[in-house]
Design a protein around this ligand. Structure first.
Ligand code: FEO
Ligand code: CA
Ligand code: CA
Length: 574
């Protein structure tokens, strides 16, 4: 059960100096942040100045009554009182004369272009996957053998619709709008060449073609975006090994490998995007698996700790610790043994069991799931998003569910690194919050801390199981966004703030740096549609009646009050 620490208690326990290092890392490192890009509205990212003890703001938070929504199966985006939304950008919108916004948006990240103006910046958005019914007019459900009917032209459209987008957005008259044709605007697709950040070629190449399956992500202290390749096997299949270590290829779900012979080993990585110039690289040292996200912490000596979960039932939680400041290449990858509280090294050189099975470190990283199991990593129930609690310094990990183990509602795991040191090789693991009817939510996926340290959670009940009377999910109805206040009378409660349109999940929660806007993706509304003339959702209610994934901006009194303490100080809105 969650027991929240009040901010004053925390500062007594840890002292002001350490508190700053959790909340306002960039108050230590602000001088090194390039003026081009400044802080993001996320307390695990660099900030400017920490405001510790503003009693007036704290009292606002303590008195705040958060009115929750009841579960709903309505086909609409519903919000608690005091909130409203507008659509920022949706699938098919032109971001330039040449490019348009992709499908199924997930992770979002906003970086202001100028630190003095939080209303103008670059929005990164992941495009995780696509439904050919919508993007290429290929209704595979009509065919017994769909492969025979899938065309190259359709596959090219599908490959364009995934990856990610950078789009400059500005707030004018209270609304965020894309700046079409801004020079920063660009698309990354399943065909964009991307460098492999590794000394050894992979499948004979130093560059991969494209990024795909971009689920959640992260941001670096040097203000680049991280986009994580999750269910990559859908695109170009996977290489599996039998008991004699003989490889074989399993075909992809999308059938792209029928047209393009790209090695599966080129996907399943963390990809870094530099918004200044559009350069991109895949970080091999972080391992290859269904990366949900990648959450970074910069140590005082500037070495980097990177957490990432493998979103597959019975897979693992990983942590990379760099040996060189600012590197995502030089260092050691570890995997969690949550039973014994140990980070286990995946270093080929020093682990005889890995030397006996794999030929070198590159093979360990490509086949890291097998390596993790060999050295005794703990199997987890779909580790998804990870955030560092800015108030306690604990690492929170969503464990979405595991049908095979009859864990239908999932939980949030708390990892307390020994002595609060993020490069520690030991930790304590416990359940922070359990999904289920008692706490009012199921299947936690994305996590975000707002500028006051309140925790926001999105749920991901699968479209196939949501609202099905014979399953475990009817009480929860549509996927939703929840908040767990850290102050006042609702402290520690899980409160439903938004309800998603039919079949959709909310993804990519991200706060603007002034705490006035919550950016949120609405992913796969109408996902269960089999006939375009009769979709299961009509959201966002365009004239054509076609459901469309979109990024929305949620604004209003409640967002501003929740962000009142503003652990990151920005220009004060009146
Ligand atoms: Fe793409 Fe794990 O959600
Ligand atoms: Ca997710
Ligand atoms: Ca998900």
């Amino acid at each position: 059960m969650y027991i929240g620490l009040r901010i004053t208690e925390f500062s007594v326990m840890y002292g002001r100096r350490k508190f700053i290092s959790f909340i306002g890392k960039a108050s230590l490192g602000a001088a090194t942040i390039p003026p081009f890009l400044t802080s993001c509205g996320n307390t695990t990212t660099p900030s400017k100045t920490f405001v510790q003890s503003d009693e007036a703001r704290l009292n606002t938070l303590r008195k705040l009554a958060v009115e929750g929504l009841n579960p709903s199966d309505q086909d609409d985006l519903l919000l608690s009182n005091g909130l409203n939304y507008h659509t920022v950008i949706k699938w098919g919108d032109q971001i330039s004369d040449d490019d348009f916004f992709g499908f199924n948006n997930d992770f979002t990240c906003f970086i202001p272009l100028n630190e003095d103006d939080p209303s103008d910046g670059l929005l990164w958005v992941n495009h995780e996957n696509m439904d050919p019914l919508f993007v290429s007019d290929f209704n595979y459900r009509e065919f017994d053998n769909p492969k025979e009917y899938h065309t190259l032209e359709q596959v090219d459209k599908e490959m364009y619709s995934v990856g990610g987008s950078i789009v400059r957005i500005k707030r004018e008259g209270g609304k965020w709008m894309p700046v079409k044709n801004d020079p920063h605007n660009r698309r990354f697709t399943a065909k964009t060449p991307i460098k492999l950040n590794w000394d050894t070629p992979i499948e004979g190449k130093t560059t991969a073609i494209g990024t795909n399956s971009n689920c959640s992500g992260g941001i670096t202290p040097w203000n680049t975006f991280l986009t994580c390749e999750e269910n990559y096997h859908n695109c170009f299949g996977e290489i599996t090994y039998d008991k004699d270590d003989i490889p074989s290829k399993t075909p992809s779900r999308y059938g792209w490998d029928e047209f393009y012979d790209y090695p599966p080993e080129h996907y399943g990585w963390v990809v870094e995007i530099d918004p200044k110039n559009g350069s991109a690289q895949k970080h091999i040292a972080l391992g290859r698996f269904a990366h949900e996200c990648c959450t970074l912490y910069e140590l005082e000596d500037k070495r980097i700790v990177a957490y990432s979960g493998d979103d597959k039932a019975n897979e693992h939680l990983y942590k990379f610790v760099s040996s060189v400041p600012g590197s995502l290449k030089e260092g050691t990858l570890y995997v969690a043994d949550t039973v014994n509280g140990k980070w286990l090294s995946l270093d080929w050189e020093s682990q005889p069991i890995l030397k006996g099975k794999f030929k070198d470190q590159t093979e360990v990283l490509i086949r890291v799931r097998e390596a993790a199991k060999l050295i005794g990593a703990t199997e987890l129930n779909r580790p998804e998003d990870i955030e560092i609690d800015p108030i306690t310094g604990n690492v929170l990990v969503s464990l979405t569910n595991n049908y095979g183990k009859k864990d239908f509602h999932g939980s949030i795991l708390k990892v307390e690194e020994t002595d609060g040191k993020f490069d520690s090789l030991t930790f304590k693991a416990s359940t922070f919050l359990a999904g289920g009817e008692e706490n009012g939510f199921s299947c936690p996926d994305n996590l975000a801390f707002d500028l006051s340290g309140n925790l926001w959670i999105t749920s991901d009940i699968s479209g196939r199981a949501m609202n099905k009377e014979d399953g475990p999910y009817p009480p929860f109805k549509n996927n939703s966004l929840f908040v767990v206040p850290r102050y006042g009378k609702d402290e520690g409660k899980v409160i439903r703030i938004a309800s998603a349109p039919r079949d959709a999940e909310f993804t990519g929660p991200w706060f603007s740096p002034d705490g006035t806007t919550l950016f949120l993706s609405v992913q796969h509304p109408g996902e269960q549609t089999t006939d375009l003339q009769n979709p299961t959702s009509r959201w966002p209610f365009d004239e054509d009646g076609v459901p469309k994934p979109a990024v929305v901006a949620i604004t209003g009194d409640l967002i501003e009050k929740m962000n009142k303490l503003r652990l990151i100080e920005m220009n004060e809105p009146s």
